[in-house]
Design a protein around this ligand. Structure first.
Ligand code: PTJ
Length: 249
C-alpha cells in the first residue's frame, strides 16, 4: 500500500508518506474536494508542534482510550481523510474495542461512500480483522444537521454513547455533543470549533494519536477514566506548546 519512492531515513518521511496516502486515496475517488486544504492546515499546526506527540496529547489519548474502552456502545467514525491516512490503525483500534467503524462523511456522494467502504473492506481482509464496518445503509439522521451529511446508522453512530470523530467538522461535532454523547476529537488545530466543543480533544497528528492509543491498549494494564481530567487545560497546554515553539525560534 505504502509504495513510495522516499527513503524511510528521509527527515520528512512521515510527512511524505501521509501525502502519498492522500494521493492514492484521491485517485481512488475517496476524498472530498477540500481534503488537501484540510490536510495542509493540519500540517501547518503540526509544524508548530514540532511534529511530535506532546505530553498533553499523550494525556488526552489515554483519557480518550479509557472513555472508549469503558463505553457501552463505542463507535469510531471514518471520513475520507481518515480512511486515506489511517485505515489500518482505525481498524486495529476498533478490533481492540470490539466496536464498529462507521463511514460518515461531510461531503457525501454515493461514489465516495462506495470508494471508502471498499478500501476499508480491502484493508480489513489484508489485516485479517473481525470488525463491523457501517455506512452502507444509513437508516437514521443526526438531529440538528441538514442534508446528506446527517445520514447515519441507528445501530452505529445514533446509538453510540462514546464516539471518536477524527478531523471533524465543527457543526457535526456540535450536533453529536448536543445528543449527549462523549465526543473524542483528534485535531491538530486546538482553536477549531471541534477541538473546543469536544469532550476530549487530542491535539496530535492522526496517525501518531492512534499509535499512542494502540500502544497503550497493549501496555497499560488498567485503562482508567480520570475524573479530574480538564479538557480546557489540556487544550491550553497544546496551544502553549505551539507558542513556546514560536518563542524559541
Ligand atoms: O471526507 P469528508 O467529506 O467527511 O471531509 C473530510 C474533511 C477533513 C475534508 C472535512 O471534515 C473538513 O473540511 O474538515 P475541516 O473543517 O477542514 O477540519 C479538519 C481539521 O483537521 C482541521 O482543523 C485540521 O487542522 C485538522 N487536521 C487535518 N489533517 C490532520 C488534522 N488533525 C490531525 N491529524 C491530521 N492528519
Amino acid at each position: 500500500m505504502d509504495d513510495i519512492a522516499a527513503d524511510p531515513s528521509h527527515p520528512r518521511y512521515a510527512s511524505l508518506l501521509m501525502r502519498h496516502r492522500l494521493e492514492v486515496a484521491a485517485e481512488r475517488g475517496m476524498l472530498a474536494g477540500s481534503a488537501m486544504i484540510a490536510h495542509g492546515r493540519g500540517e501547518a499546526f503540526d509544524y508548530l508542534l514540532g511534529e511530535r506527540t506532546t505530553e498533553s496529547a499523550r494525556l488526552a489519548s489515554l483519557q480518550a482510550l479509557a472513555c472508549l474502552h469503558h463505553a457501552t456502545r463505542p463507535v469510531l467514525s471514518v471520513n475520507g481523510n481518515v480512511a486515506a491516512l489511517a485505515s489500518d490503525a482505525m481498524l486495529r483500534l476498533a478490533a481492540f474495542l470490539s466496536c464498529p467503524l462507521e463511514v460518515n462523511i461531510f461531503y457525501r456522494t454515493p461514489e465516495r461512500m462506495e470508494a471508502i467502504l471498499s478500501f476499508l473492506d480491502e484493508r480489513k481482509a489484508v489485516l485479517g480483522l473481525d470488525v463491523e464496518i457501517l455506512g452502507h445503509a444509513p437508516d437514521a439522521t443526526i438531529p440538528g444537521l441538514k442534508g446528506p451529511r446527517a445520514a447515519c446508522h441507528s445501530d452505529g453512530i445514533l446509538a453510540s454513547d462514546v464516539i471518536l470523530v477524527p478531523l471533524e467538522d465543527g457543526d457535526r461535532c456540535e450536533a453529536l455533543v448536543n445528543m449527549g454523547k462523549t465526543v473524542v476529537v483528534i485535531d491538530l488545530n486546538p482553536l477549531s470549533r471541534s477541538a473546543k466543543l469536544a469532550s476530549v480533544t487530542i491535539v496530535d497528528e492522526l496517525s501518531r494519536a492512534l499509535d499512542t492509543m494502540l500502544e497503550a491498549s497493549e501496555t497499560v494494564k488498567r485503562l482508567r477514566i480520570d475524573p479530574s481530567y480538564d479538557h480546557h487545560a489540556v487544550l491550553n497546554a497544546a496551544l502553549q506548546e505551539m507558542l513556546n515553539a514560536l518563542e524559541e525560534d
